[in-house]
Design a protein around this ligand. Structure first.
Ligand code: AGP
Length: 613
C-alpha cells in the first residue's frame, strides 16, 4: 500500500512530511516524493528508493514552505523509478497529486486526454488523474469552485483512491478525497495534517477526523471542511482521540503483521480480482498475458516453478490448468528444476510464482528456461521486482506488501490469480462448461466467504491452547486439499518450530500411520470430494488413539464423533476451496506460535525473501 502525508500550518512542511513518510515505511514501498508549495511555486522532488534517498536529493534544493504533500509508492502500474514516483503534476504545472489506490479506467481517461492534445509522461494511473483534473480545471476554473471540479473529475474514475491535491491558484488549501483507501485528518493548533493512517500524525496531535467514503475535505491551517457526495453539504465530523501506540498503529491494531495480513485477506483477495472479471462474469481480463496466450495454449509442457508457500499455490494452479484446459502441467521446486536436465525448449512454458519476485532459485530457473527458448510467465506480488521484469509476461497479484515472513495473504492471492488465469485461458481457448460458469460466479462472492471463515478465529484461539506443547503434527488432505495440508504444515513449523508434515491422506498407510499416537495431533481437511475415503483415513487415525482436528464444510454427526475439534468453513467450488480452507490453518499456526512466545513476524533462521541459494 502507498503512504500519504500532507501538512499545512505554521511550521516548515518538508521536515514534518519526510518524518511522516518514515512512519509509513512499514507499509512497504519502492519510491518516495514530496511537493511543497510557497506563494510563488510548487516544488516537486521524487525518486525511486527510500525516504533517505529523497532527503539526499532535497539537501541541495532548499525550499521554504509551510504546506506540502508527500508519498511513498508501492507500485501497481508502472515500474518503480524516478519518473513513476509520486507526486504527479499536470500539463499546466498547476495541479499536483499524490494517490493511494488503483484507477481501473485510467486507460480510457488517458485516451480522452490524448484526443485533447494532453500527453502523459509516465506509466502510472495516478498521473492520468492529475492531468484529468488539470484538463477540467483549465476549462472550468472561471465557472466552478475547485472542490466541484475535483468532484467532477473523481465521478469519472472507476477504482479506489486516497488522494491529496494542491492547486497553484489555491495557496492556502490542501484537498483530500477518499474512496476505498484510508485518509485521516490530524487536527492541530494552527496546523493540520492529512495521512493514510495515524502513524505520521500521532507525534503532533492525537485529535483526528476519519474521512468516509466519497468525502472531499478542504484543509487549511486553521480549519477543515468535509464535503459530501453532492459537494455542497459540510458533513459534521466528530473529532476522535488516538488511543493506540505507534507500534500498534503500524500493525493496524493487531499484535503482529502476520495476524493483520491474515485478516487483510478479505480485501487482498478482492484486490487480486479487481478489474479482472466483469461483474456479470461474462468476461475475464488478464492483460499481462494477453499477448502470450497462444504460446501457453499451444505448449507441449507447462512447468510451474516456485519455492515454499508459492510452490504450494503452484500445485493448486497445476490441478486447475490440467482439469479445465487439459494441458499437462509439472509443478517443480525451483531449486530442483534449475539443476535438472528437464526437456525445456521453445514449446515449453515456465510459470514462476513468487511473492517477492526476488527468490534466487526461482529467478535462476527462469533465466535457464529463457536460455532454452521457453516462454516465461511471472505471477508476482512486488511490482518491478526482478522476476517480474525478466519474465516474458505475467500478472501482478496485488496482495499489497506482505511484511510477516510467513506468507499468508500472498498465498490466497496467488491461488486467486491462478484461478483467474485458468479461466482467462479457457475463455481464449473457447472452452465453456457449467463448472467454469460456477467458478466465475463463486469468484464474485469469494471475499464474502473469506470474511465468514475469518470468524473462526476465537474457536482456533481455544484449540491452540490444547496443542501448543505438541512436538509433532500431521496434516492430511486429498486432491486440492493436499497442497492445503502442505501449506498448513509449513505455517506451523516456520513460526512455532513444531515439526509438522503435510501428506496426501491416502499415503498414511504407506508409512506415516506408524507415527500416530495420542501425542500426534492430526489436522484433516475434509470436503465433499472423496469424503468417504478421507473419513476412512480419519478412522484409522482414531483407531490408534490419534487426536483429530477437522476443517470442513461438511459438518455432520459422523465427523463430530471422529474429531476432537471441528472447524466449519463455507463450502465453495473445489478449485477455490484452498483459499477458504487454508485460513483456519494460518490462524492455528499463528495462535500456537503466540502461545509458545515465538517471534511470529520474524521467525528464527528465516528471511522474507531468500535471495541467496
Ligand atoms: C512461506 O511462508 C515462506 N516465507 C517461504 O516458504 C516463501 O514462500 C518462499 O521463500 C518463496 O518466497 P517467494 O514467494 O517470495 O518467492
Amino acid at each position: 500500500m502507498c503512504g500519504i502525508v500532507g501538512y499545512i500550518g505554521r511550521r516548515q512542511s518538508q521536515k514534518i512530511i519526510l518524518s511522516g513518510l518514515k512512519r509509513l515505511e512499514y507499509r512497504g514501498y519502492d519510491s518516495a516524493g514530496i511537493a511543497t508549495f510557497n506563494e510563488e511555486k510548487i516544488s516537486v522532488t521524487k525518486c525511486s528508493g527510500k525516504v533517505t534517498d529523497l532527503e539526499k536529493k532535497l539537501s541541495n534544493k532548499p525550499h521554504s514552505s509551510t504546506m506540502g504533500i508527500g508519498h511513498t509508492r508501492w507500485a501497481t502500474h508502472g515500474a518503480p523509478n524516478d519518473n513513476n514516483a509520486h507526486p504527479h503534476i499536470d500539463f499546466n504545472n498547476k495541479i499536483v497529486v499524490v494517490h493511494n489506490g488503483i484507477f481501473e479506467n485510467y486507460s480510457s481517461i488517458k485516451q480522452l486526454l490524448l484526443e485533447n492534445g494532453i500527453y502523459t509522461k509516465t506509466d502510472t494511473d495516478t498521473e492520468v488523474i492529475a492531468q484529468f483534473i488539470g484538463f477540467l480545471y483549465s476549462k472550468e476554473k472561471d465557472f466552478m469552485p475547485f472542490n466541484a471540479i475535483l468532484r467532477m473529475a473523481l465521478k469519472e474514475v472507476v477504482g479506489t483512491y486516497g488522494l491529496l491535491v494542491m492547486c497553484l491558484d489555491q495557496p492556502e488549501k490542501i484537498y483530500a478525497a477518499k474512496s476505498g483507501a484510508p485518509l485521516v485528518i490530524g487536527v492541530g493548533d494552527g496546523e493540520n495534517f492529512i495521512a493514510s493512517d495515524t502513524s505520521p500524525i500521532i507525534e503532533h496531535t492525537r485529535n483526528i477526523v476519519y474521512l468516509d467514503e466519497e468525502e472531499i475535505a478542504v484543509v487549511t491551517k486553521d480549519d477543515y471542511k468535509v464535503l459530501g457526495d453532492d459537494n455542497s453539504v459540510v458533513v459534521p465530523k466528530e473529532i476522535e482521540t488516538i488511543k493506540y501506540s505507534l507500534d500498534q498503529i503500524e500493525k493496524g491494531g493487531y499484535e503482529h503483521f502476520m495476524l493483520k495480513e491474515i485478516f487483510e485477506q478479505f480485501s487482498s483477495v478482492s484486490e487480486s480480482i479487481r478489474g479482472r472479471i466483469a461483474p456479470d462474469i461474462a468476461e475475464v481480463r488478464m492483460g499481462g498475458i494477453s499477448g502470450w496466450t497462444n504460446n501457453i495454449l499451444e505448449a507441449n509442457q507447462i512447468y510451474i516453478t516456485a519455492c515454499g508457500t508459492s510452490w504450494h499455490a503452484g500445485l493448486i494452479g497445476g490441478y486447475m490448468i490440467e482439469e479445465v484446459l487439459g494441458i499437462p502441467v509439472k509443478v517443480e521446486y525451483a531449486s530442483e528444476l534449475r539443476y535438472r536436465k528437464a526437456p525445456i525448449d521453445s514449446k515449453t512454458v515456465v510459470m514462476a510464482i513468487s511473492q517477492s519476485g526476488e527468490t534466487a532459485d526461482t529467478l535462476a530457473t527462469i533465466r535457464k528456461s529463457k536460455e532454452k527458448g521457453a516462454t516465461t510467465v511471472g505471477i508476482v506480488n512486488v511490482v518491478g521486482s526482478t522476476i517480474a521484469r525478466e519474465t516474458d509476461c505475467g500478472v501482478y497479484i496485488h496482495a499489497g506488501p506482505e511484511i510477516g515472513v510467513a506468507s499468508t495473504k500472498a498465498f490466497t492471492s496467488q491461488v486467486t490469480i491462478l484461478c483467474l488465469m485458468t479461466l482467462y485461458l479457457a475463455q481464449k481457448k473457447g472452452v465453456e462448461s457449467e463448472d467454469i460458469t460456477q467458478m466465475k460466479t463463486e469468484l464474485i462472492t469469494l471475499t464474502e466467504k473469506v470474511k465468514t471463515v475469518l470468524k473462526v478465529d476465537d474457536l482456533i484461539k481455544k484449540i491452540a491452547i490444547d496443542y501448543k506443547d505438541s512436538q509433532n503434527f500431521l496434516y492430511l488432505g486429498r486432491g486440492y486439499q493436499f497442497p492445503v495440508a502442505l501449506e498448513g504444515a509449513l505455517k506451523l513449523k516456520e513460526i512455532s518450530y513444531i515439526h509438522a508434515e503435510g501428506y496426501p491422506a491416502a499415503e498414511m498407510k504407506h508409512g506415516p500411520i506408524a507415527l500416530i499416537d495420542e501425542k500426534m495431533p492430526v489436522v484433516a481437511v475434509v470436503t465433499h470430494r472423496a469424503y468417504d475415503k478421507i473419513v476412512s483415513n480419519i478412522q484409522q487415525v482414531k483407531a490408534r488413539g490419534g487426536k483429530v482436528i477437522i476443517v470442513t464444510s461438511e459438518v455432520n454427526k459422523e465427523l463430530e464423533n471422529f474429531s476432537e475439534h471441528i472447524i466449519e468453513v463455507p463450502s465453495i467450488h473445489h478449485c477455490l476451496s484452498p483459499i477458504i480452507n487454508i485460513i483456519p490453518l494460518q490462524l492455528l499456526a499463528y495462535h500456537i506460535a503466540v502461545l509458545r512466545r515465538c517471534n511470529v513476524d520474524q521467525p528464527r533462521n528465516l528471511a522474507k525473501s531468500v535471495t541467496v541459494e
